[in-house]
Structures are given as structure tokens and as C-alpha cells.
Design a binder for this molecule. Sequence first.
Ligand code: GDP
Length: 217
Amino acid sequence: MTVQVLAADFASATTSTASMPAPVFAEIAFAGRSNVGKSTLLGALSERKSLARVSKDPGRTRSLVFFDVRARRVADGPKTADTPPPEELRLAFVDLPGYGYAKISKSEAASWKPLIEGYLRTRVTLRMVLVLIDIRRGPQEEERDLLEFLKQPADASRTQPVVAKVVATKLDKLSRHERKPALKKLRDEIGLPVFGVSGESGEGLGELWNAIVASVL
Ligand code: GDP
């Protein structure tokens, strides 16, 4: 299956879980420290480079930013009478506030943690959380904390499971022969599946899209 993006647009941004948009479409949340390559990945996955800039707006760096995405799944290979028609999907990408700013104050840190954790714990439409880690840096305390948090049993209000996956970013920064061992090391350290991607070269984006689609169907 190949995923084609039909549209991806900024929908809203909020700094409070009380004023999130109504939960309608399945959501994929993107978490990661500042500079990990989150906006670049969002832009590359949605084939809208401009999306990367939306979350960078100074007013939005501490917000949950919601994007509406429309895509379709197209069967690979030549079209035959048995080829299913393309299936259209509606979903939301949610850019969580970047953490790990070197200059973040204690009080700022104290405000984004409840926002991220409140969203992750209560959002009924949330299907998948992608935790981004720079392949060259490995997991740091914040990523480990977040992954531990995601292991907690689901809220009783949830009817669908939330899948957590790690996305190793900037794969192109490693040489070809360094990539496989680096991905294996990360997987062993974390004990979760790891997708290796490059928002710059596009490597790994097809596999990531397939995992996203599998989580929303
Ligand atoms: P964010 O702060 O997590 O949103 O990170 P950005 O997407 O803004 O990326 C931070 C820096 O890393 C920028 O200079 C990007 O050009 C660079 N970058 C992001 N993704 C990649 C990638 O896949 N490969 C390479 N080589 N550089 C990347």
C-alpha cells in the first residue's frame, strides 16, 4: 500500500486540554525535544513543507497544534479488476510542545508536562504516539520518562488502544553501514519498535505511513 496525502492543513492550537478541538478523527501525536526534526518530519510526512513553519510560530511552541490530514491508500502494483478502489482516510496530526529546551525555566517545564500528559491520558481519539529521538543522540531522560508514562494502563474512558512507537530521526546523518547497528542499539535500549526516518531524504517515510494507517483503521 502507498499513502498519498490529499490535504494537510493547520486546524487549531491550544495551551490547555480544556480547549482542545472536538475529538472527531483518529489522532497521531508527535513528541520530541526541540531540534529533533519534528517539524521537518511533519512537513515531509504530510508533503506540505509549510506545515513545519506553522508549529514554529513563537506563539505556538508551547501549544498542542492540530493539523487535519486527508490521505488515501492506493494498492501497489499494476491496476487489475481485483485492485480495491483507493480508500480515503481522515486523521489529525498533533504536534506536542517540544521539550528539553536548554533555557526552559522550571515553571515552564511545570506547565508543559501536565499539558502533554493530560492530552495523552485523556484524548479519546488518540491512536498512536510517535516519540522522536535523534539517531545520533539516543534517548535522554525526557524520552525515557515519556515512554515510561506511555506504558501506564489506559484510562477507563478509552475504547481503543494507544500505540507508542519510537521514530529515530535524521537517519541520513549516519553512513549507510552505521544505520542498522544504530537502530538495533536504540531498539534494544528502549524495548519498543523503532522506525528510522529522514525528513530530509524521505527515507523510511513509507513504512511510517503504513504504521500510522494500521493504527487508525
Ligand atoms: P524541531 O525543533 O524538532 O521541529 O526540528 P526541525 O524540524 O526544525 O529541525 C531542526 C534542525 O535539524 C534543522 O536545521 C533541520 O534542517 C535539521 N533536520 C531536521 N530533520 C532532518 C533530517 O532528517 N536530516 C538532516 N540531515 N537534518 C534534519
